[in-house]
Design a protein around this ligand. Structure first.
Ligand code: AMP
Length: 414
């Protein structure tokens, strides 16, 4: 995601002002609050210090809502919310709690994670009615995420209409990719209608790219592949910390095997399902978004924790396919980069599953990559073996701080 605005100290918010970051999914509202402090007279982007104050989520929507409230310096709190049934209710409760919480100070803006910005939005954008209309048109491209992202924006608008809101897009980080990596081999008449690769997980990739110097040193601007392995999964190739190639396409279905999405599938399968297997569009959509991936392969779970703990051969098989496909996509991305200097694992699986990291690393030995098994098992952040030609690290994804900073910058440059 690019940042066009710079900090204007004359306009900047300061003191105990805070920004709220929201990531609204189908059954949850994840949130994080950052206090903005220590402004300097500099116009540099780092002029503001963002301090995490409270994070957490309201999960279990619509019937089993519960609040997970994690203040930075107090014990965590968990609480059932029997009266909360939708995003509007969740956000009403959340905003009330935040606005009366002394650790939060004055809320001066809200930054939202929005999964699809299409071709039009390559930088964060202020929310207004035009933006909402444009983002609503993109719902069919991200049916699992976009409607819930928009529900969060609308709920905040209704509750606190004067609070500035910013949309930060998961597609935006990839906006500078070359046409070689964004075009499908389809007729121009189709491609001209916005049918192209956009890529996702951009906020995660940006958060990694920004912190690479502290981890990779002189390899920072080299050929780096980041593997975002979570319930959704993709890989992204970086050169000079910019996105060159990513495994997801126009929708979040392409590329790696995911929790319940298949990743790359011969498009003829979809034609066959519609023409011969008796599926209609809804059944096919449901299968592709909810019944495939690790869940479909194993018939057991979409969760790597459950699969790694299972003795069932189907669980082992599902993990094997996951690792094979991930390694293939990393190698394909190395082709786009002209080689591989570093591999970064991130997100829920990448940060936590030594089994998956080992399964992927073994398959990439042909690129001169090898990991230290003990470092991997014990969860260290630096994984490469002494003789590995490729540096291998684990880094935590931190999309929230990227969104918080973009929101602060947008407020400051009004
Ligand atoms: P994310 O979408 O990044 O939140 O990742 C969620 C996924 O990470 C879960 O569905 C699990 O498959 C995986 N995961 C989370 N914690 C662990 C863990 N401790 N070990 C293995 N996999 C994990």
């Amino acid at each position: 995601m690019g940042h066009t605005s710079s900090v204007n100290p004359a306009r900047a918010v300061a003191g105990t002002d805070s920004v709220l970051v929201l990531n609204c999914g189908s059954s949850s509202v994840k949130f994080a609050v950052y206090e903005i402090s220590e402004l300097t007279a500099s116009r540099a982007r780092s002029a503001a210090r963002l301090t995490a104050r409270i994070a957490g989520q309201i999960s279990g929507l619509p019937d089993k809502a519960r609040l997970d409230w994690k203040p930075a310096s107090e014990p965590h709190l968990e609480q059932p919310l029997p009266d909360v049934r939708d995003h509007a209710g969740a956000l009403a409760l959340l905003l009330e709690r935040l606005q009366t919480n002394p650790a939060v100070g004055r809320l001066v803006g809200v930054g939202h994670r929005v999964v699809h910005g299409g071709a039009r939005f390559s930088v964060p954008a202020r929310v207004d009615s035009d933006l909402l209309a444009a983002l609503t048109e993109l719902v069919p491209l991200a049916p699992l995420h976009q409607p819930h992202n928009l529900a969060g924006i609308l709920a905040v608008s209704e509750r606190v209409p004067d609070l500035p809101q910013l949309a930060c897009f998961d597609t935006a980080f990839h906006a500078g990719q070359s046409p070689v990596h964004t075009n499908f081999a389809l007729p121009a008449s189709v491609r001209q209608q916005g049918v192209r690769r956009y890529g996702f997980h951009g906020l995660s990739y940006q958060s990694i790219a920004e912190r690479l110097p502290g981890v990779l040193g002189e390899r920072t601007d080299g050929r780096v592949v980041v593997a975002h392995l979570g319930n959704g999964a993709s890989v992204c190739g970086l050169l000079e910390r910019r996105s060159v190639r990513t495994s997801m396409g126009m929708t979040a279905l392409d590329g790696l095997v995911m929790g319940s999405r298949p990743g790359s599938v011969d498009i003829g399968v979809a034609l066959y399902a519609l023409s011969t297997l008796g599926m209609d569009l809804d059944a096919l959509t449901h299968m592709l978004y909810h019944e495939s991936g690790l869940l479909g392969l194993s018939g057991i779970s979409n969760d790597v924790r459950a699969l790694a703990a299972s003795d069932d051969p189907r669980a082992r098989f599902a993990l094997e396919v996951f690792c094979e496909r991930a390694a293939q996509e990393i190698a394909a991305t190395a082709v786009a980069l002209g080689g591989l200097d570093a591999l970064i694992f991130t997100a829920g699986i990448g940060e936590n599953s030594d089994v998956v990291r080992a399964g992927i690393a073994q398959r990439l030995a042909l690129l001169g990559l090898s990991i230290d098994e003990e470092a991997n098992r014990s969860g260290r952040q630096t994984l490469h073996a002494a003789d590995s030609r490729v540096a291998v690290h684990v880094m935590a994804a931190d999309e929230e701080v990227v969104i918080a900073r973009a929101t602060f910058e947008a407020l400051s440059s009004r």
